[in-house]
Design a protein around this ligand. Structure first.
Ligand SMILES: [Zn+2]
Ligand SMILES: [Zn+2]
Length: 221
């Protein structure tokens, strides 16, 4: 993401050479459910940059079937709770296939609070309220990118001006809000600099999980 190397949109990887299917680009798994992984991004933009990845190979969330919606929703809620406790509310982000680097669906989760994107900027094409609407867009119009904060979820046509507008207004602002580096860094650079960020996030995740256990203990009769 945010890198300059655009992969041609016709590319469809298959499971055999997919970094997420093979788990080669998954550095640390926080949680696993029957159909999803919650994992640290191996080249984080900020501390707390995590991914929700379906285990099965889908190219984007527009392809993920409705029967997985509830499981996805509860995974997102858990991320929201974690971020709200330890960072700030979540901005969820999906490239779809546009500007994608790994062609296996993944939802980026960033602890950036309210996105700061104003609907009046009119970069978005649709306001959505369910995964069904993402699937419908994908079925009818193909590629998209997606952004959601606690106020709204939006779909964007895969056009570079829209994309750069969001990068400028939402990403730079979000990265700055977490004290991150507001400058372009290659995935390789972020990977090299990412370990302390990932470790700090894992530490908080364990506290968060422990907190849940303590709470369960306290409420036990
Ligand atoms: Zn990505
Ligand atoms: Zn895959």
């Amino acid at each position: 993401m945010l890198n300059g190397s655009e992969v041609s949109s016709g590319t469809k990887s298959n499971k055999n050479d997919c970094a997420f299917c093979k788990r080669t680009e998954i550095s640390y798994i926080l949680k696993e459910t029957p159909n999803f992984l919650l994992a640290a991004d191996h080249a984080p933009l900020v501390e707390g940059h995590i991914l929700i990845i379906p285990k099965q190979h889908f190219t984007c969330y527009g392809e993920v079937p409705a029967k997985l919606d509830a499981e996805l929703f509860s995974m997102k809620q858990e991320v929201q709770q974690f971020f709200t406790n330890y960072y700030a509310p979540t901005v969820f982000w999906e490239h779809g296939i546009f500007k994608q680097t790994v062609f296996h669906a993944h939802l980026h989760c960033f602890p950036w609070g309210i996105s700061g994107y104003d609907l009046e900027e009119e970069l978005h094409n649709a306001i959505v309220s369910s995964q069904e609407e993402v699937r419908q867009w994908y079925a009818l119009q193909g590629h998209y990118f997606y952004m959601e904060d606690i106020e709204k979820a939006l779909l964007f046509a895969p056009e570079i001006d829209r994309y750069l507008g969001i990068v400028k207004n939402v990403f730079w602002r979000g990265i700055a809000s977490r004290g991150g580096k507001v400058e372009w860094r290659s995935p390789q650079q972020r990977y090299e600099e990412g370990r302390p960020l990932i470790n700090a996030m894992i530490h908080k995740w364990r506290l968060f999980q422990g907190q849940g256990a303590d709470y369960a203990n306290q409420t036990r009769p």
